[in-house]
Design a protein around this ligand. Structure first.
Ligand code: SAH
Length: 346
């Protein structure tokens, strides 16, 4: 296995069969070796810096019905909320004072937020905080909508592809949702000029090593600026309430593979990773990640944006979240930096 890891390190890609072999047959020792090379590679581009993104979860209304997600439209137990433009601006004000220079606006696909409203929010943030990047993560839209948000000033867009396999996608989503449309969205976003992030859940129901290998090939082909991955975690009011969650071990291994496949990529150690293990985010950084995303949403709504069970940090103020992550990163020898943190290469 070490040979394959060396090959990935020097060539930044493997064949499908080689990825499958690594993913399905590696030992703990292989994983440690992978992480050491992933950290080395990450250092070449980003040193020991870890970027922070202020996450604002501004609506949990959603018109979609993804089987895994706690804010799916059929979940009658979800207490719905949306933040108004002024609430969002207060989050940014607080975040800016704390040193955040990227705001990530994430939400369900909420028809209340028309293109006009999204553009209004984006342009107000950009005019009050011209030194900041705005990232949108609001799902699948048409090309012209993405264009309008970009023209209003949005810099980046996160849209996890969820799985590169159309067949697997069909088992995670109702038939009204289309894998090919989601993939088209990612290419649209790239062609418009966004810094783009794709990603997937590790250990999602029915996922195979072949699926994960296809995710790696897809990521290599798309060459996004960011990749967001985290373990699937079951949510008790969804159809997948009794499905097994993804593991720490497998998520870390995929982080290492992604770092070696896309050396320059911005790679978050996600809240979901911190949820399945108390030191999940630290371990994520030590496996090759270089971004953390503390929550800036008002504490009053935090407990309502529950995509999965036992989500951490739902009671802490933004400042506490930032301090906590700063301490955690310091404890492993990394510095949280306040720079905008654009991608080192693309
Ligand atoms: N609606 C937006 C963004 C919100 S969901 C969109 O479609 O992009 C953000 C991400 O959370 C999803 O892409 C998914 O990968 C992840 N997610 C949803 N439910 C989850 C669960 N049960 N466990 C882990 N991650 C989950």
């Amino acid at each position: 296995m070490k040979k394959l890891i060396d090959k990935l390190y020097s060539e930044t890609k493997l064949s499908r069969d080689e990825y499958i072999e690594l993913i399905s047959r590696h030992t703990q020792e292989d994983a440690e070796y992978l992480f050491s090379l992933a950290v080395k590679r990450r250092r070449e581009y980003y040193g020991n810096d870890v970027y922070v993104r202020g996450l604002i979860e501004f609506t949990n209304y959603c018109k979609n019905d993804c089987f895994y997600c706690g804010i799916r439209r059929s979940n009658k137990c979800a207490q719905r909320y949306r933040l108004g433009q002024d609430d969002i601006m207060s989050c940014c004000e607080e975040g800016h004072a704390l040193g955040f220079r990227t705001f990530v606006l994430q939400g369900g696909e909420d028809p209340y937020f028309t293109d006009e409203r999204i553009c209004g929010i984006v342009s107000q943030i950009k005019s009050e905080y011209p030194d900041c990047a705005v990232t949108l993560s609001i799902g699948e839209k048409e090309h012209e909508s993405y264009r309008a948000y970009f023209d209003a000033g949005a810099d980046r867009y996160l849209l996890r592809h969820e799985t590169a396999s159309a067949e697997h996608y069909g088992r995670l989503h109702p038939s009204e949702m289309s894998h090919s449309h989601r993939i088209k969205c990612l290419y649209d976003l790239k062609s418009i000029g966004y810094q783009v992030g794709c990603g997937f859940m590790v250990g999602s129901p029915f996922q195979t090593s072949e699926n994960l290998a296809d995710d790696m090939l897809f990521i290599k082909e798309l060459s996004p600026h960011m990749v967001g991955i985290g373990p699937f975690i079951s949510q008790h009011d969804t159809p997948f309430y009794d499905k097994k969650s993804g593991t720490l071990e497998q998520t870390l291994f995929m982080l290492g593979l992604i770092r070696l496949t896309l050396p320059y990529v911005l790679l978050p150690a996600t809240t979901a990773l911190g949820t399945i293990h108390p030191l999940g985010r630290e371990k994520g950084i030590l496996a090759g990640a270089n971004v953390v995303m503390p929550n800036l949403s008002p504490v009053s709504v935090r407990k309502k944006y529950l995509l999965y069970d036992n989500k951490i940090c739902t009671g802490d103020e933004a400042a506490e979240c930032k301090n906590c992550l700063q301490m955690r990163m310091k404890s492993i020898g990394y510095n949280v930096v306040t720079a905008r943190g654009d991608c080192a290469v693309l």
